[in-house]
Design a protein. Structure first.
Lengths: 315, 560
C-alpha cells in the first residue's frame, strides 16, 4: 500500500476509483450476475464470428476449418436474394416505425387519462396479455380469424360476399405483420411510457389548469415535453434495431406469402446458412447485419445528442 | 395455424426442401471440405463385401411378402401375434461386457436402470448403459460428441441426418469397420442378421465397406404416396382405383371441394405426385448425359399441375398458407380428403386417432399412376432403411463380436421369443396377453414402449396392427398392387459424400422457395424457369452437375 501511495506518477483519479468502488460495492455486486450472463451468452459467442471468414466445417471445428478470407462476403454482395432480404427488412422496419411506434405512446396517454384505478388495471391487463403469447400462437389466432378457412372468410363465403385474402397476400403483408405487432406488443410497450408519465410533477398540471390551459395545451406543453427523453431513447433503440424486425413471425409466415416478401435478414441467415449447412455464409450475413446495426445505433445516438437529448447515455 | 416449430419440424422442412425426405442416404451429402470423407459406394466393390442373405422361414406371416424388382418386395403381414413365440437364439449372446449406447427417442425418456433394462441386461448377458436422447434435438446432441471424439460404444445415426453428422467422415475415423465380421458368409454366424435384406446393409455401407447395422429395414421404401379418405369416398360412391391419370385426380378436386362446408379436396400433394409426370427423383441419365431434375420439362409440368390445383381453389387455404403441421388434423377432421404423406403414417395409431375424430375413419392410398394415364406407373424406391446403428472404433475385436451377437438377438424376427422380449418386455411385468395380443402394462408403457434397443438392431419390417386387422389388410393389399411400380433411381444406395459447395447447391434453397410459391399459386411457371436458370448459372447448379458427373457417374456408374 505504501508503495502505491508514494507512486506520485499515478493520476489522482486512481484514488477516486478506489473510493468509488468502496462506495458502490453493493451496487456493483448486484449487477455482477447480469454482467456475467452478458459475457457468457453475448460476448463469448462473438468468437464464433471467425467462421464468417472460413469454410466452416462443424466436424473439423473452428480451429481446423480452412480460411476463406472475404470470400463469403463477396458471395453475399453479389447475391440478389441477400439484397432482397435487406430491402424487405428496411421496408418492414420503416412501416413499423411509422405505424407501430406511436401506438404505445398514444395508448399510454389514453390510459393515463382514465381516472378509475380499477378500470385502468383491467385495461392494462388486457393489453399486456398478448405479449406473453408466442408468435406461433399469435399467428394461429390471426389465421383462425382471417385465414382462407377462418371465421371471417367462412362468414363471407356463406353469405356469398366473396372472400378476403389477407393472410396470403404479399401486397398487404407489411400491414398484416404491423397489425400483428400492434396486437401483440403495443400493450407491453406502454409500460415505459406510463412510468415516464408517472414521473411528471402533477403540480405543473394544476398550475397550468389554474392559468386556464385546456386539455390539449396541457398535453402539448407539459405531458409531451415530459415524455420527450424517453421517446427519443426508444427511437434511438428502435433505429439501432432497424435490421431486426423479428424472426419467428416471418419464419412462420414465409411460406404463406412467399419468400420474396417475407424474407428478412434473420430468416435469410437461417435458410441460406443453417438449413443448407452453409454456416459460414449465414455467419457472414449475421456479421454484416451486426456491423450495420452498430453504425445505425451510433448514428442515432449522435443525432439525439445533437438535439440536446440524453440518448443511450448522458454525454 | 398450429405450427409446431420444434427442431424436428425445422429439420424436416430443411430436409424435405432438399428433396431428401425419407430417401436418407440415397443422396446424402457431407458437410465441409476440411474433413476426410469415405467416398462413394460402387456396385462391384459392394458386391464383394455385402453379407450373404439367408431368409428366416421359421415364423410364417399370414400375408406373405410379394416380390417386385431387384431388392424390392412388400412387407409381410401378420393378422395376429404368433402364439408359439419360438426362440431363435440359443443360449445367452453376451459375455458380460459393459457398453454404453445412445439412441434417439421421440417421447418421454424412461427412468435409468429400470426393471426392463435390468431384464434386458440379464437376457443379453451384458451390462448396457442405455442413454436414449431426445429425438427432436438429436441432430445437435451427436455433433458435440463427435467433435470431442466421445461417441458411446454403440450409437444410432439416422441416415436423414448424415449431412449433419458427417457420417461419411466418421466411418473409419470414429466408427468401426464391420466388414471383416459380416462380409459374405461371415454373417452366417449371426443368422438373424443374415436374414436382413441385402439392400439394408447397403444403406449402412460407406466407401465399399460395411459400417452400419440396419434396423426397421423394408423392401418397400417409397418417400410417400397420396392418401385419401376411403370412408368418405365409399360413401360418395367414388372408386379410388379409377384414378389413373393426373386429370382424373384433378377432377376429384371439383367433385369433392365444398368450401362453404369448410371442405377442400386437397392438402399439399406435389412431393408425392411429381415423379408421376416422368420427372426424376433428382437425377437422370439421358443418352449418357447427367441431367438434374431442375433441367427437365417434366419438373415444370408437375409444378404447373399443382399450381392449377391451387389456383382452381381445390387446396385447403391453410395448406396454401404453408401450415403443414396441422395437415393430419385437417385430414382426420374431414376438412381435406386427399393428402400426401409418408407411408409410415399409415398404422394402428393413425387408425385410432382417425376413429377418435370420426368413427367411420378409414385411410386409403391411391395406386401410383402416370400423369398421362398411358405410360406404366412408376415410383422411385429409397434405400431400405434410415435407422442405422454404428459401433465405436475403439472397441476390441472380441467386443465387436459380442456386440454383433447381441445385435443378432435384437434382430430376431417378429413374433419370436427374443422379439417379444425386446419389444414388449417380461410377460406379467411389462405386458399381458389379452385376446392373443401382447398388451403393455403401465410399467411396460413407461419402460418398454419408449423404444431404445430396437434402434440398435431390429428385424425387417412387418405389417401388424393386431387390434385392427383391416389396416394390415389394406396396407398389404395396397403394397402388393403397387410393388411392380417401384423403380430404383439413379445413384440408388450409393451414399455419396460431396464437398460443402456442392451440398449447398444441391439443397437449392432459392429454387425450392420459388417452387413452393408456384405450387401455392402465387408465382408463374416462368418464375420457376427463371429460378432454375439462375440456380444453374450462378447458384452452383452447373458446378454440381459437373461434379456429380466427374466424381460419381463416370467413376461408379448409376448404381441402378
Amino acid at each position: 500500500m505504501t508503495t502505491l501511495r508514494s507512486d506520485r506518477t499515478r493520476p489522482p483519479a486512481r484514488l477516486n476509483w478506489r473510493i468509488r468502488l468502496r462506495r458502490d460495492r453493493s451496487l456493483i455486486l448486484m449487477t455482477l450476475p447480469a454482467v456475467v450472463l452478458l459475457l457468457a451468452f453475448n460476448y463469448a459467442p462473438l468468437f464464433g464470428l471467425v467462421t464468417a471468414f472460413q469454410e466452416y466445417d462443424p466436424l473439423a471445428g473452428v480451429w481446423n476449418s480452412p480460411w476463406a478470407g472475404l470470400y463469403q462476403f463477396e458471395r453475399l454482395m453479389s447475391d440478389p436474394l441477400f439484397w432482397g432480404a435487406v430491402r424487405n427488412t428496411l421496408y418492414l422496419s420503416f412501416v413499423q416505425l411509422v405505424l407501430f411506434f406511436p401506438v404505445p405512446i398514444a395508448l399510454a396517454l389514453l390510459l393515463n387519462s382514465v381516472l378509475s384505478q380499477r378500470v385502468r388495471n383491467f385495461i392494462q391487463s388486457v393489453v399486456y396479455l398478448p405479449h406473453f403469447f408466442s408468435w406461433v400462437l399469435a399467428i394461429t389466432i390471426f389465421q383462425q380469424m382471417l385465414g382462407g378457412a377462418g371465421a371471417v372468410n367462412h362468414f363471407l363465403r356463406n353469405n356469398d360476399i366473396g372472400t378476403w385474402d389477407v393472410m396470403t397476400n404479399p401486397d398487404t403483408f407489411a400491414l398484416l405483420v404491423t397489425s400483428q405487432v400492434i396486437w401483440k406488443e403495443a400493450g407491453w410497450g406502454i409500460i415505459v411510457f406510463l412510468a415516464a408519465l408517472a414521473a411528471i410533477n402533477t403540480d405543473l398540471y394544476e398550475a397550468a389548469a389554474a392559468d386556464g390551459a385546456g386539455r390539449w395545451r396541457r398535453l402539448w406543453h407539459i405531458t409531451l415535453p415530459g415524455l420527450r427523453a424517453v421517446i427519443v431513447l426508444m427511437l434511438v433503440l428502435r433505429l439501432g434495431n432497424a435490421l431486426t424486425v423479428g424472426f419467428e413471425q416471418f419464419l412462420i409466415q414465409r411460406n404463406a406469402v412467399g419468400h420474396d416478401t417475407a424474407e428478412v435478414l434473420d430468416t435469410f441467415s437461417f435458410y441460406y446458412g443453417i438449413a443448407t449447412n452453409d454456416y459460414s455464409y449465414g455467419a457472414a450475413a449475421g456479421l454484416f447485419k451486426g456491423v450495420i446495426s452498430l453504425l445505425l445505433i451510433w448514428g442515432a445516438n449522435k443525432l439525439a445528442h445533437a438535439f440536446g437529448e440524453d440518448g443511450l447515455y448522458r454525454r | 395455424m398450429g405450427n409446431e416449430l420444434n427442431r424436428r419440424s425445422f429439420l424436416n422442412a430443411a430436409v424435405s426442401a432438399a428433396g431428401l425426405v425419407a430417401m436418407g442416404p440415397l443422396l446424402s451429402a457431407c458437410g465441409g471440405s476440411g474433413a476426410q470423407r469415405a467416398g462413394v459406394n460402387s456396385d462391384a466393390g459392394l458386391k464383394a463385401v455385402l453379407p450373404a442373405y439367408v431368409p428366416n422361414t421359421s415364423i410364417k406371416p399370414d400375408i406373405p411378402s410379394v416380390a417386385g424388382g431387384a431388392d424390392v418386395m412388400t412387407d409381410p403381414g401378420f393378422l395376429s401375434y404368433p402364439s408359439t413365440r419360438a426362440a431363435t437364439v440359443s443360449g445367452i449372446p453376451g459375455k458380460g461386457g459393459r457398453y454404453s449406447a445412445v439412441t434417439p427417442l421421440w417421447g418421454t425418456i424412461p427412468p435409468a436402470d429400470n426393471s426392463f433394462y435390468q431384464a434386458m441386461n440379464k437376457a443379453l448377458g451384458a451390462q448396457f448403459e442405455m442413454k436414449p436422447a431426445d429425438g427432436n434435438n438429436y441432430n445437435t446432441i451427436i455433433p458435440t460428441m463427435t467433435a470431442a471424439k466421445k461417441l458411446p460404444d454403440w450409437v444410432t445415426l439416422p441416415a436423414w441426418w448424415s449431412p449433419n453428422f458427417n457420417t461419411g467422415g466418421l466411418v473409419g475415423n470414429q466408427l468401426a469397420d464391420l466388414t471383416p465380421y459380416l462380409s459374405g458368409d461371415n454373417v452366417k454366424k449371426y443368422p438373424n442378421l443374415a436374414a436382413l435384406p441385402t439392400a439394408a446393409w447397403r444403406a449402412g455401407a460407406w466407401g465399399d465397406k460395411l459400417y452400419g447395422i440396419p434396423s426397421f429395414s423394408t423392401g418397400f421404401k417409397v418417400s410417400g404416396c397420396t392418401f385419401y379418405r376411403r370412408d368418405v369416398f365409399e360413401a360418395k360412391g367414388i372408386t379410388a382405383d379409377q384414378v389413373r391419370s393426373a386429370e382424373d385426380l384433378m377432377n376429384l378436386g371439383k367433385e369433392l371441394t365444398d368450401a362453404k362446408a369448410g371442405v377442400w379436396a386437397f392438402d399439399d400433394v406435389y412431393r408425392y405426385t411429381y415423379t408421376a409426370f416422368g420427372a426424376p427423383l433428382k437425377w437422370k441419365v439421358d443418352n449418357g448425359k447427367l441431367v438434374h431434375l431442375f433441367e427437365t420439362q417434366e419438373f415444370l409440368d408437375a409444378a404447373d399441375w399443382s399450381r392449377k390445383l391451387a389456383v382452381a381453389g381445390y387446396v385447403h387455404p391453410d395448406a396454401l398458407a404453408g401450415d403443414n403441421a396441422a395437415g393430419t388434423t385437417r385430414f382426420y377432421g374431414g376438412k381435406t380428403l386427399i393428402s400426401g404423406g409418408g407411408t409410415g403414417g399409415w398404422n394402428l395409431a393413425d387408425h385410432q386417432s382417425g376413429q377418435a375424430a370420426n368413427p367411420n375413419y378409414r385411410r386409403g392410398a391411391f395406386n401410383f399412376f402416370s400423369a398421362d394415364g398411358k405410360s406404366a406407373p412408376r415410383v422411385y424406391t429409397g434405400s431400405a432403411t434410415d435407422i442405422i446403428s454404428y459401433l465405436n472404433i475403439n472397441l476390441k475385436p472380441e467386443q465387436i463380436e459380442e456386440c454383433l451377437s447381441i445385435a443378432n438377438y435384437l434382430a430376431a424376427p417378429f413374433g419370436s421369443a427374443e422379439y417379444t422380449m425386446v419389444n414388449f418386455g417380461v410377460e406379467g411385468t411389462h405386458f399381458t396377453m389379452e385376446g392373443g395380443v401382447p398388451t403393455p402394462t403401465d410399467a411396460g408403457k413407461k419402460e418398454v414402449q419408449a423404444q431404445t434397443f430396437p434402434f440398435l438392431g431390429a428385424p425387417a419390417q412387418v405389417i401388424s396392427n393386431q387390434s385392427a386387422q383391416n389396416v394390415t389388410k389394406d396396407i398389404t393389399a395396397w403394397q402388393a398392387a403397387n410393388v411392380k411400380a417401384l423403380t430404383k433411381p439413379v445413384f440408388w444406395g450409393m451414399n455419396i459424400s460431396m464437398p460443402q459447395a456442392q451440398a449447398t447447391a444441391e439443397a437449392a434453397q432459392p429454387v425450392e422457395d420459388t417452387l413452393k410459391d408456384v405450387i401455392h399459386g402465387k408465382k408463374s411457371i416462368q418464375d420457376l424457369k427463371d429460378a432454375a436458370a439462375t440456380w444453374k448459372s450462378s447458384g452452383g447448379g452447373d458446378r454440381l452437375i459437373q461434379w456429380m458427373n466427374d466424381n460419381v457417374l463416370q467413376k461408379y456408374g448409376t448404381g441402378q
